[in-house]
Structures are given as structure tokens and as C-alpha cells.
Write a protein that binds this ligand. Structure first.
Ligand SMILES: C[S@@+](CC[C@H](N)C(=O)[O-])C[C@H]1O[C@@H](n2cnc3c(N)ncnc32)[C@H](O)[C@@H]1O
Length: 463
């Protein structure tokens, strides 16, 4: 086997010096500095030279970065080093993607962000201040107990913490619930802009408490770029305490015990039930498509016995490869448990690109049962309608589609928006039915889960 060294990514640009443009090639030296090679004939600049701009072209447009200083002059066989004087640019983003990302840009926006405070209602400010005070007191109390427990042998400490969680946990959860009711009273009737502004203010003020909850930390920081990734879904499904200290454990558990999260656990059971009911009397194998599958935990109730593995095949589609890997490990775990193979395949694709594909059925095949949970809540009405149309076209005659969507009256709505920074498209029953109105021959109904936070649109295609 032979291997050739791959040259590092570079960017061809020009440095401006005393009105002249000097062509250069830059590569990254670190995140915040560039290695620079001068391309012109016998160009020499001493260390310390300051260039007025670094310019380059991207998509036919000229991009310019502010003053840069040569901190090391190029030597034979070694590039020079360039750092920026007035701004701090992300040099990796610059060279790898041609993106200008100024890490100091936020500084320019600071006055605007600070001015937002003036537009927060007095009542809301008082509410947040009270919440802040109360949580500080609760935390102090719980931390004091944890410090005492820590001195004990692990089994004793564990038992003591368990007792505290059981005894004070309910009272603390009751307190959080009352504050959520108060929050709902305060923000009901807000415009989307007011929600956004007050939500931002809320999270800035309560940030240390939010970061104390493993779940809320992830929904806020969004390491996969969106709220609702496979790991968050797994936290909801596990429905367990997480964290070392009592306060962290409770702050993690409260949102995942709330009705909005219970609705997720409900659908994990309801979807397989509906599928098993729809399966009766149908020829096998039954082809099933899960759209935006996430960790696909519901498969445990879909493939319960070896017979299910013989009679069902599953296609798992998701835009996030990490979600698909989690879904695949769900499948592998079931195969081991049942001692047989499951006919499963994964498709790493966004439903948005799926909309652009002319002959989708040729690639994906046709299905008897299609379900999608936790996706339509992220889609605007036109995209949601278009996605449903495409899915309907993939359905075999006599087939069934199930679409989950949170209802406008979701009791966790403001919890999710304010504490979790988790925005959704909420819908009414009529809006759900409207999506199916133009599907040829379709009959559609809407039902709720027990939490009544979430609706299921059931669309049937005539045989
Ligand atoms: C809230 S989770 C729901 C996961 C799973 N259906 C469940 O109920 O556990 C949302 C999932 O939708 C996926 N998703 C979001 N937008 C998508 C899109 N445009 N196309 C495909 N998948 C998408 C995400 O990657 C994530 O895995």
C-alpha cells in the first residue's frame, strides 16, 4: 500500500500594504493565526509589518478582514505567521470553509442585547428575581445535606440521598410546578417577539440552574444543532435521575417527568399498538417506514417475538447520523435478545431533500405503515403538507400513516420554550386534518394520547 501526504487546506488571498495588493497563500497555524506564504516575486516583509486588510474572493464576492500583523517573517522553507490586530477571526473556518467568523462580533451587539432588558415587563422581572432567590435557597439546602452525606460510607450516603430525594423531591417539584403555572399566567398572550425576548432574559438570569440539569443543559446547548436529538430522547425514555448531587438530580428529573415528556413515552407505546392492530389479516412481510426515527426505542414493542421479525421489515430515516447509529444499536440489541435477524435498513436523509426527489419510491420502496413522531413539530405548514403528500405517495393501497404533533395546549409548552429553549410548531386538530385534506382518497382522523399534549393524525389510503 502506498500513501501520499495530503496538502493542508489553503486559501489564496491578498494582503494590502500601502495601497498595493500582495498575493498570498494562507493555511491555518492555529485557530487564531495563519501561516502565510507570499506568492509574488521576491516579496520580503519584516516581522512586525502591519497590513491594512486581508482580502479574498468567495462566490464572486470580495470578502475583507481587518488589520493583520506579520509576527514572524517567512524564512526559506518556513511560512510566516499572521495574527489579526483589531478582531479575532476563526482561522480554521476561514481556511476550511471560506467563512468570516469574527469572535468579537458579539461585542458589537452587546449594547443591543443589553437594551433588551428595558423591554422586559416589571412583573416578569420580579417573577424571575423571586425564582432566582428561591432556587438559590433550595440549592443551598440540598448542597448542605449532600456535604453531610459525602462523609459517610457509599451505601449509607446513597440511602440518605435516596431518602432526601423521596421526601424533599415532591415538595421541590410542587414548588417548580407552581412557578410554571405563574410563568404561564405571565406570558400567555405574548407575541412571538415578546416570548423570544422574555425567554432570552429568563435563561440569562437562570443559566447556572439550567446548567445544573443534564437534560436542560443539552436542550439549551444543542450539541447536535437542534433540540430533540437522540441523546435527549434517550434521557426522556430513561426517565431517571441523573447527576451526582440532589439539586442536579431534581433539576434533571423535573422536566422529563412533565406531561410533554410523558407524551413522548406514551407514543413510544402507542405507535407499536396501532401498528400491531393495523397488521391483523395483512399479507407479510409488512413494510414499515419510520421517518425521523431518532433512537427508535419503540422498536422494542414492535419486535417483541421472533414472529414479528419474520413478518415486519423496517426502514429508519433520519437526518442525523448519530441518531441512526443509536437506532441501529437498538436493532442489534433486539436481535440479540430475540436470537434472530431483523430486516432493518437506515436512510440518512432530511425530509427536505426527500421533497426534491422525483422518483422516491424507486429508491425507498413502498410501505404499508409509515409513522413519524417528533418531526412535524419542527416543520412549517407548507413543508409539513408537502412532506405528508410525499409520504402518502409512498403508501401501499390500504396502508396507514401516523403523524405525531404537539397540540397548542401542550401543558409543557412554556416550560419547553422558556427553560429548555425548545421551540415547536404547535397545531390544532383542524390544522392537522387540513394537512390531509388534499390527499387523494385519504380518510383522516385525529386522536390524543393520555397526556393530551400530543395529537396523532391517522391517514388511511383506500385499498
Ligand atoms: C424529537 S426527535 C424524535 C425521534 C423519534 N421519532 C422519537 O419519537 O423518539 C426528532 C428527530 O427528528 C430528526 N429530524 C429533524 N428534522 C429532520 C428532517 N428535516 N429530516 C429528517 N429527520 C429530521 C432529528 O434528527 C431527530 O432524530
Amino acid at each position: 500500500m502506498t500513501s501520499a501526504a495530503v496538502p493542508p487546506p489553503h486559501l489564496d488571498a491578498a494582503l494590502e500594504h500601502e495601497g498595493q495588493r500582495v498575493p498570498v497563500r494562507v493555511t491555518t497555524r492555529g485557530r487564531l493565526s495563519l501561516a502565510v506564504t507570499f506568492l509574488g516575486p521576491a516579496t520580503t516583509f519584516a516581522a512586525g509589518t502591519v497590513f491594512s486588510r486581508l482580502v479574498f474572493e468567495r462566490d464572486g464576492k470580495e470578502m475583507a478582514l481587518s488589520r493583520a500583523r506579520l509576527t514572524e517573517a517567512p524564512r526559506p522553507g518556513a511560512a510566516g505567521v499572521l495574527v489579526f490586530v483589531d478582531d479575532v477571526y476563526d482561522c480554521a473556518a476561514l481556511v476550511d470553509e471560506g467563512q468570516v467568523r469574527n469572535l468579537l462580533a458579539f461585542f458589537g451587539e452587546l449594547p443591543l442585547v443589553l437594551a433588551q432588558r428595558e423591554q422586559i415587563s416589571t412583573e416578569f422581572r420580579a417573577f424571575v428575581a423571586d425564582l432566582n432567590y428561591d432556587l438559590t435557597v433550595y440549592k443551598k439546602f440540598f448542597d448542605q445535606q449532600d456535604r453531610v452525606f459525602e462523609q459517610e460510607p457509599p451505601t449509607v450516603a446513597h440511602a440518605a440521598q435516596h431518602a432526601l430525594l423521596a421526601r424533599a423531591g415532591d415538595e421541590f417539584f410542587g414548588y417548580l410546578d407552581r412557578m410554571l403555572d405563574r410563568l404561564a399566567e405571565l406570558v400567555q398572550g405574548f407575541t412571538p417577539e415578546q416570548h423570544e425576548r422574555h425567554g432570552y432574559y429568563f435563561r440569562q438570569q437562570l443559566w447556572p440552574f439550567i446548567m445544573g440539569s443534564a437534560f436542560m443543559q443539552r436542550t439549551n446547548l444543542k450539541p447536535r444543532g437542534y433540540a430533540g436529538d437522540a441523546q435527549m430522547m434517550d434521557m426522556i425514555y430513561d426517565d431517571a435521575f441523573q447527576g451526582r448531587w440532589v439539586f442536579n438530580k431534581l433539576m434533571h428529573k423535573h422536566p422529563i417527568a412533565h406531561p410533554g415528556a410523558q407524551a413522548v413515552r406514551n407514543r413510544r407505546v402507542l405507535v407499536p399498538q396501532m401498528l400491531h392492530a393495523a397488521r391483523v389479516g395483512r399479507p407479510t412481510p409488512l413494510r414499515v417506514l419510520s421517518v425521523a426515527c431518532g433512537p427508535a426505542r419503540e422498536l422494542a414493542d414492535l419486535f417483541k417475538a421472533p414472529r414479528d421479525c419474520a413478518e415486519l421489515s423496517i426502514t429508519l430515516l433520519d437526518q442525523d447520523d448519530e441518531a441512526l447509529q443509536t437506532a441501529l444499536s437498538t436493532v442489534k440489541g433486539l436481535e440479540t435478545r430475540l436470537g434472530t435477524r431483523i430486516e432493518a435498513r437506515v436512510v440518512n436523509q432530511s425530509v427536505r431533500t426527500l421533497l426534491k426527489e422525483a422518483d422516491l419510491a424507486a429508491r425507498l420502496g413502498r410501505f404499508h405503515f409509515i409513522y413519524t413522531m417528533g418531526l412535524f413539530d419542527y416543520l412549517t405548514p407548507p413543508v409539513a403538507r408537502a412532506v405528508l403528500e410525499r409520504l402518502y405517495a409512498l403508501l401501499e393501497p390500504g396502508g396507514l400513516i401516523l403523524v405525531g404533533n404537539y397540540h397548542v395546549s401542550n401543558r409543557s409548552r412554556y416550560y419547553m420554550a422558556y427553560w429548555l429553549d425548545w421551540a415547536l410548531y404547535y397545531r390544532t386538530e383542524d390544522e392537522m386534518l387540513e394537512m390531509a385534506r388534499r390527499l387523494p382518497g385519504a380518510s383522516a382522523t385525529v386522536s390524543f394520547d393520555d397526556s393530551r399534549c400530543q395529537m396523532f393524525l391517522r391517514v388511511e389510503k383506500p385499498s
